[in-house]
Design a binder for this molecule. Structure first.
Ligand SMILES: NC(=O)c1ccc[n+]([C@@H]2O[C@H](COP(=O)([O-])OP(=O)(O)OC[C@H]3O[C@@H](n4cnc5c(N)ncnc54)[C@H](O)[C@@H]3O)[C@@H](O)[C@H]2O)c1
Length: 420
């Protein structure tokens, strides 16, 4: 066997999922972890030791980046991935990025151009594309099981109110507290784009009403759920909804209608299944329904043995496909590249422009084309003034609120009590 790839992980919270995969992967090894929150570094070090590995731990990203590594996993703040991806690529490291790919249109252009210039691997860790059900839908659609997509629906419903203080540390400046409704769109839209292989060409955005509870938990815009109505390049429409709505347990749902049938996730009495309807070639409006729980069909044994089965069985795959793509192996073909990542991410960025503009449709550029990039190269509009400058946006179309000092102190205290 050749030398294992040396991989570092930036961000030890969500990054722990990638750490677990790397600790047991035959083609790669975890060599370093970076997080400014020291308890997460300690946890990573302990996990590595239990797997017989000694890793370097860094609180500071600059020191981490100088370490001897082939590749970096970015599991840092969702709004900062493109900035750090560009730094890693320029330092000669392949990059696997957690969601989202970029905070702005300008960063999307810079990210694509940096990947092109360096020739290194960029992979997007949209794990929802690799859940047991969605991955099977991807496979069946590409086999031609239902013809060409005509309409699709996708949803990612996750209230998060009960854990909001945990995942924001009770800090009103945390990125989650300034999310606008359509930003976090790739858990819903991503699988539809990967299943169908279609490109989004237009988006109309909608914002549901803000949620009173979330203002008090620290979200400046009341953390409303967002909707993107996306037109694909064959004219099919996709309805994508995501965010906090009152339904437990949290769930995802995907439906693809095609010219010859239907593929969807199905929450049946006997567990989660794929539903495949195929119209008879002889008799229109007649066909067969199949309901089944799919088996894993890519590196199933390795995935099962990794012990990482979270998020519908998906969490092994983004890291595995990244490794295999760097090594030029067969499984690497399932890795999500920078153009596909940006297609997904900019649907959310531009849907919010649509919302702020009275739900006007917005054309989605194809940033594979160099001539389409200049129009977006300096578009820094986002909710962070340090990035946006004079292009700063609110995080809701409803009036923003500032939490009073007492509530901030209460939320922070709650976090401290829970993390003693
Ligand atoms: N795909 C999924 O299913 C899934 C699930 C949860 C989170 N995520 C994504 O994972 C990412 C991380 O989310 P999270 O839940 O871990 O919360 P988070 O964003 O609060 O955590 C990020 C971690 O990175 C560290 N960090 C950030 N910037 C740093 C810096 N400059 N120097 C040192 N350390 C730094 C923080 O201390 C923190 O521990 C986000 O992009 C989020 O969207 C994805």
């Amino acid at each position: 066997m050749g030398k294992k790839l040396r991989i570092g992980v930036f961000g030890g919270a969500r990054g722990n999922s990638m750490i677990q995969v790397l600790l047991h992967h035959p083609d790669a090894e975890l060599v370093a972890v970076c997080d400014k929150y020291v308890p997460l570094l300690e946890q990573a070090r302990k996990n590595a030791e239990a797997a017989g590995l000694s890793i370097a731990c860094f609180e500071n990203f600059d020191d981490f980046l100088k370490y001897d590594m082939d590749a970096v996993v970015l599991a840092n703040y969702a709004t900062e991935h493109a900035t750090f991806a560009v730094r890693c690529l320029r330092a000669g490291k392949h990059v696997l990025s957690e969601v989202l790919p970029s905070e702005t249109m300008a960063q999307a252009v810079e990210l694509i151009e940096t990947v092109e210039e360096t020739g290194l691997v960029y992979a997007y860790a949209e794990n929802y594309c690799y859940m047991d059900l969605t991955f099977e839908m991807w496979r069946k659609y590409r086999e031609g099981a239902i013809g060409d997509v005509t309409f699709a629906e996708c949803e990612y419903v996750h209230d998060c109110a009960s854990c909001w203080v945990d995942i924001t540390y009770g800090d009103p400046a945390h990125w989650r507290n300034h999310l606008y409704p359509t930003f976090y769109c790739t858990h819903s839209l991503g699988p539809v784009l990967m299943m169908t292989g279609r490109r989004p060409v237009q988006v109309v955005g909608f914002e549901n009403p803000p949620i009173e509870e979330f203002y008090h938990l620290g979200h400046a815009g009341g953390h409303a759920s967002g909707i993107e109505m996306v037109t694909l390049d064959n004219g099919a429409i996709v309805k994508s909804i995501h965010g906090p709505l009152k339904l437990e347990p949290a769930h995802t749902s995907y439906k693809l209608y095609g010219t010859r049938g239907y593929l969807g996730t199905h929450a049946g009495d006997s567990g989660d299944q794929v539903r495949l309807y195929q119209e008879s070639p002889e008799h229109t409006c007649q066909g067969e329904n199949h309901f089944y729980a799919p088996e894993k069909f890519v590196s199933a044994e390795l995935a099962e043995n990794s012990g990482v089965a979270t998020h519908g069985g998906s969490d092994f795959y983004p890291t595995h496909f990244f490794i295999e793509k760097i090594l030029g192996k067969e499984d690497g073909k399932w890795s999500i590249d920078v153009y596909q990542a940006v297609d997904m991410g900019i649907c959310g960025i531009l849907a919010f422009r649509s919302i702020l503009n009275g739900n006007q449709p917005v054309r989605i550029p194809n940033l594979r084309n160099k001539e389409e990039r200049d129009a977006w190269r300096n578009d820094r509009a986002c909710t962070n003034p340090a990035v946006a400058g004079d292009q700063v946006l609110p995080c809701s179309s409803y009036p923003e609120r500032v939490l009073d000092a007492e509530e901030i102190a209460r939320n922070r205290h709650m976090w401290e009590e829970r993390h003693k």
